[in-house]
Design a protein around this ligand. Structure first.
Ligand code: SAM
Ligand code: DTB
Ligand code: SF4
Length: 315
C-alpha cells in the first residue's frame, strides 16, 4: 500500500518537475494560498544539546566520529543553558525550539531523562518543542510525548536507493520505523532531507514521494542544502542551483499541501531573491538565529531585512 502510494506520488512529482518553471511555481503558489496564509512564515530556533562524536557515518555530517572535521565535542548540556537559550530564542521571535543531539539512538538513562526535562522547559516558556535524537523505540516516543513534545525531527535525507551511498551504519527502513514510533505516540513528524550530495533529480523526487506517501503526511518537511564540511566525504560536493531548490519546494508544496516546508540549512548560500522565490513557491518556515547545530546561519538582523523586504513587520 505504502509502495503504491509512493509510486503514485512519484509519477505526479515527475510530471510536475518537468513543467516550465513559471507554470510550476504558479501552480504551487495557488496550492500554497489555498492552504496557508503566505505572510505566515514559521521561525524555528536550533540548539545543539550534545555535539560531535556520533557513531554514525553520515557522509555529510560534521558531527560523525568517522571524520576529522576539527569540531569540538560537547556532552549533554545543562538545563540552565537550555533555559537561557530558549528565553533568548523567544526574545528573537522564535515560535518553535528544536534541540539536536549527535546520537545514533536514544539510550534510556539519565541523559534521556534530562532531555525530557529540557522539553518541559521549552513548553513552560510557551514555545513549541521539537527534538532530533536519532532512533527511538515506541516506549521512548511515548515518554517524549508525555513530557510535552510537539514534533520529532528525523530526516529521510534522500531516496531509498541513494541512502546506502551516503550512510552505511543504518538503513532507510530504520528511519521509517522511527517515524512510525513517533506517529504512533501522537507526536507530529518533521522529516525532510538534504540536496547537493551528488543525488540525481529523480532521487530528490523519490524522497518527496516517500514523504508524501506517509499517512498522515509529515507536518513539517525541512529541505536542507548541503553545507560542505572539510574532513567529510562530501567536502567537495558541487553547490545546488537555487532554481532547482525552488522547483523542489514547489513540488513539495503541491504533493503535501498542508505541510510546513522549511528552508533549512544552507540559506547563507542563497540570495534574498532566491529565498523570496522559494517562499512564493510554498516554503513557509525557516531556522532563525546565527547558528544551526554547528554551522552558521543568517543573523537575526539579516533576516529582519529579509522580512522587511517581504513587507512583514518584524522577525
Ligand atoms: N543525529 C540525529 C539524526 O541524524 O537523526 C539528529 C541530528 S542530525 C545533525 C539532523 C539532520 O541534520 C540530518 O538528518 C541532516 O539532514 C542535517 N545535516 C547534518 N549535517 C548537514 C550538513 N552538513 N548540511 C546540511 N544538513 C546537514
Ligand atoms: C534539519 O533538517 N536541519 C537541521 C535540523 N533538522 C536538526 C540541522 C541542520 C544541520 C546543519 C549542519 C550543522 O549545523 O551542523
Ligand atoms: Fe550522527 Fe545525526 Fe550526524 Fe548522522 S546526521 S552523524 S546520526 S549527528
Amino acid at each position: 500500500m505504502q509502495n503504491r502510494r509512493m509510486e503514485k506520488h512519484l509519477f505526479r512529482a515527475s510530471k510536475l518537475y518537468s513543467l516550465p518553471l513559471l507554470d510550476l511555481i504558479y501552480q504551487a503558489h495557488e496550492v500554497h494560498r489555498a492552504n496557508h496564509n503566505p505572510q505566515n512564515i514559521q521561525k524555528c530556533s536550533l540548539l545543539s544539546i550534545k555535539t560531535g562524536g556520533c557513531p554514525e557515518d553520515c557522509s555529510y555530517c560534521p558531527q560523525s566520529a568517522h571524520y576529522d572535521t576539527g569540531l569540538e565535542k560537547q556532552s549533554l548540556v545543562s538545563l540552565e543553558s537550555v533555559r537561557t537559550a530558549v528565553k533568548h530564542a523567544k526574545s528573537e521571535g522564535a515560535e518553535r525550539f528544536c534541540m539536536g543531539a549527535a546520537w545514533r539512538e536514544v539510550k534510556d538513562g539519565p541523559d534521556f531523562d534530562r532531555v525530557l526535562e529540557m522539553i518541559k522547559i521549552v513548553k513552560a516558556e510557551g514555545l513549541e518543542a521539537c527534538v532530533t535524537l536519532g532512533m527511538l523505540t515506541a516506549n521512548q516516543a511515548q515518554k517524549l510525548k508525555e513530557a510535552g513534545l510537539d514534533a520529532y525531527n528525523h530526516n529521510l535525507d534522500t531516496s531509498r536507493e541513494f541512502y546506502e551511498k551516503i550512510i552505511h551504519t543504518r538503513t532507510f527502513d530504520d528511519r521509517l520505523n522511527t517515524l512510525k514510533a513517533v506517529r504512533n505516540a501522537g507526536i507530529t513528524i518533521c522529516s525532510g532531507g538534504i540536496l547537493g550530495m551528488g543525488e540525481s533529480p529523480q532521487d530528490r523526487l523519490k524522497m518527496l514521494a516517500e514523504l508524501a506517501s506517509l499517512n498522515p503526511q509529515p507536518e513539517s518537511v525541512p529541505l536542507n542544502l548541503l553545507i560542505p564540511v572539510e574532513g567529510t566525504p562530501l567536502a567537495k560536493a558541487a553547490p545546488v542551483d537555487p532554481l532547482d531548490l525552488v522547483r523542489l519546494v514547489a513540488v513539495a508544496r503541491i504533493l503535501m499541501p498542508k505541510t510546513r516546508v522549511r528552508l533549512s540549512a544552507g540559506r547563507l548560500s542563497l540570495s534574498v531573491e532566491a529565498q523570496v522565490l522559494a517562499f512564493y513557491a510554498g516554503a513557509n518556515s525557516i531556522f532563525l538565529g546565527e547558528k544551526l547545530l554547528t554551522r552558521p546561519n543568517p543573523t537575526v538582523d539579516e533576516d529582519a531585512v529579509l522580512f522587511s523586504q517581504l513587507g512583514q513587520v518584524s522577525v
